[in-house]
Design a binder for this molecule. Structure first.
Ligand code: ATP
Ligand code: MG
Length: 570
């Protein structure tokens, strides 16, 4: 792949050249442990670890765990597992903002002593009301001019637990008429009598994100603090705090566009709702855009990294076509995974001129020739087979080249067969069996007389078939933008009711019998699949569809290339 270049790398390269920070490049990935990571986080991980590595620096993993009410050790563990699985190593650089609580407190004391912070005893509601609007300045708090001594005393007593939640807050003393609303004496600390998952009941005051984040960066010697665009206005406060506490060569915050992916949602608040309201089976439901969901769906870490590199980083928000992700998944899996045959919706096919007691072992390659990989497995062939229900039509339309009365098709790797009869349920008319004759001279799939047979279908020998469950996953939402719903509805109204179709009667060829759960395949003509790591049992596998074989993104690319080569593109 070509060397990466984008506006962030250009800034970092320049800073390295000028020696701006006087220390090696240091980035961090700073998740809040209040949910599982999703593919938007992957973009940030790939960027932070990637930039550090390319410029000879290091990247930290830091949990931004300053909010006791939403955080959980379960999320800390899941996040570490996911970052590792994506292929990144923070080595001994695992940090927790909660480990800095004492130092953060001391920085706050320093601000109070410098007259840059004060204890406000208005209610949080009053504070909100008195902030003013974009057009009108805020109103100064009556407590704004408390003496340093009084502020120090109150702040110490806030920490000691003398006051209930909401009685006081610590605020920065900046400017209540500041054009940037976030600079109007922002809250730095709140009282929360809550048990923190790591610090327990040691603290009953907790720092706000804006206070904790910049100082955590500074404590760790971060050089480039990469974050998403919604923090653009926070940068002024980030810089203010670091300047006022006297940090030398402070980290520089740079914002980039967050990933928005079509047909899904990338916000933890919404993902939590999908889990809690039972729209999905959990954080690792294969329909979820979470790393855990994508993993269970069969997506590889390489495909996710390739996708993140393909979309790059930009300064402006945009939506990304999910076909790009699916394209990267196929590109990655195509050369990696073996082809096998699985019949999703089986229909019995009986070869009436094939001996009842005979079984042949046909050798079938695991990879098509263009992959250039060795390997094959024996596939048993016998008189009774299963084929795909929709590979037979009693009354086929024009252009249908599969099996129909009187027609001949190729059974992949096996023989040519011709349909001679159809057995139906006399009461319902449902087709129960298709009867064929085979051409014994066509072993391997070609007729000796060279007659043309257009259709090729896959099959599984009935006697040797392994019954399995197949879960066909599709896009979670019907709308590219799930917010695109009617007045009064929310994004859940756009959920795709067919995002999961479960097939209980599928059959797969016996070669997969001893493969461990989590093995990936291409089921010929059906798509890429993985045996579900959670629900598969020995002898009765469950397969998740990762993606179909239809690559709409590649098609779009081909069309664009064609248009530009014929001069049609504008
Ligand atoms: P969410 O909006 O899903 O709740 P968050 O920003 O609150 O996400 P954090 O745990 O704070 O979640 O995110 C950790 C890092 O990942 C942050 O630096 C954040 O900017 C980045 N990040 C989160 N979502 C995306 C996204 N969709 N695209 C790129 N980066 C993201
Ligand atoms: Mg956040």
């Amino acid at each position: 792949m070509a060397p990466k270049s984008d506006f962030i790398r250009a800034i970092v390269a320049e800073d390295v050249r000028t020696g701006k920070f006087g220390r090696p490049v240091r980035t961090r990935f700073p998740p809040e442990p209040n949910g599982f990571l999703h593919i938007g986080h992957a973009k940030s991980i790939v960027l932070n670890f990637g930039v550090a590595q390319e410029f000879g620096g290091l990247c930290n993993l830091r949990f931004d765990d300053t909010n006791p009410t939403t955080e959980d050790i379960r999320y800390v563990e899941a996040i570490q597992r996911d970052v590792k699985w994506l292929g990144y190593d923070w080595e001994d650089r695992l940090y927790f903002a909660s480990d800095y609580f004492e130092r953060l407190y001391q920085y706050a004391v320093q601000l109070i002593e410098a007259g840059k912070a004060y204890v406000d005893s208005q209610s949080e509601e009053e504070i909100r009301r008195n902030r003013g609007t974009v057009n009108t300045p805020g109103v100064e708090s009556p407590y704004r001019n408390r003496s340093v001594e009084e502020n120090l005393d109150l702040f110490r007593r806030m920490r000691a637990g003398e006051f209930p939640d909401g009685a006081h807050v610590l605020r920065a003393k900046i400017d209540m008429a500041h054009p940037n609303m976030l600079m109007r004496d922002p809250i730095l600390y709140r009282i929360r009598h809550a048990t923190h998952y790591r610090t327990g009941d040691t603290w009953c005051i907790y720092p706000m994100y804006d206070f904790a984040h910049c100082l955590s960066d500074a404590i760790e010697g971060i050089t480039h603090s990469l974050c998403t665009l919604e923090f653009k206005d926070n940068r002024e406060l980030y810089d203010w705090i670091l300047r006022e506490v006297g940090i030398e060569r402070p980290p520089q915050q740079i914002e980039f566009a967050r990933l928005n992916l079509d047909y899904t949602v990338l916000s933890k608040r919404r993902l939590i709702r999908l889990v809690e309201e039972g729209h999905v089976s959990g954080w690792d439901d294969p329909r979820m855009p979470t790393i855990a969901g994508l993993r269970r769906r069969g997506v590889t870490p390489e495909a996710i990294r390739r996708f993140c590199e393909m979309i790059g980083v930009a300064r402006a928000d945009s939506r990304v076509d999910i076909a790009k992700l699916e394209h990267c998944i196929r590109e990655d899996l195509n050369p990696k995974v073996p082809r096998v045959m699985c019949v999703l919706r089986p229909l019995k096919l009986v070869i009436v001129n094939y001996p009842e007691d005979r079984t042949e072992e046909l050798e079938a390659p695991y990879y098509p020739r263009d992959i250039g990989k060795e390997g094959s497995r024996p596939v048993p062939f016998s008189r009774e087979l299963f084929i795909e229900r929709d590979d037979f039509m009693e009354d086929p339309p024009k252009g249908y080249f599969r099996l129909a009365p009187g027609r001949e098709v190729r059974l992949r790797y096996a023989y040519l067969v011709r349909c001679v009869d159809v057995v139906k349920d006399p009461s319902t008319g449902e087709i129960l069996e298709v009867h064929c004759t085979y051409d014994p001279a066509s072993r391997g799939g070609e007729a000796p007389d060279g007659r043309k047979v257009k259709g090729t279908i896959h099959w599984v020998s009935a006697k040797h078939a392994i019954p399995c469950e197949v879960r066909l996953y599709d896009r979670l939402f019907l709308k590219a933008n799930p917010d695109d719903v009617a007045e009064g509805e929310d994004f859940t109204a756009a959920l795709n009711p067919e995002s999961l179709v479960v097939l209980k009667d599928s059959v797969v060829e016996p070669s997969v019998k001893d493969d461990p759960p989590g093995t990936r395949y291409q089921f010929e003509r059906q798509g890429y699949f993985i045996s579900d790591p959670v629900d598969s049992r020995p002898g009765s596998p469950v397969f998740n569809r990762t993606v179909t074989l239809r690559d709409t993104w590649a098609k779009i690319q081909e069309r664009l290339a064609l248009e530009s080569s014929t001069g049609k593109a504008s």
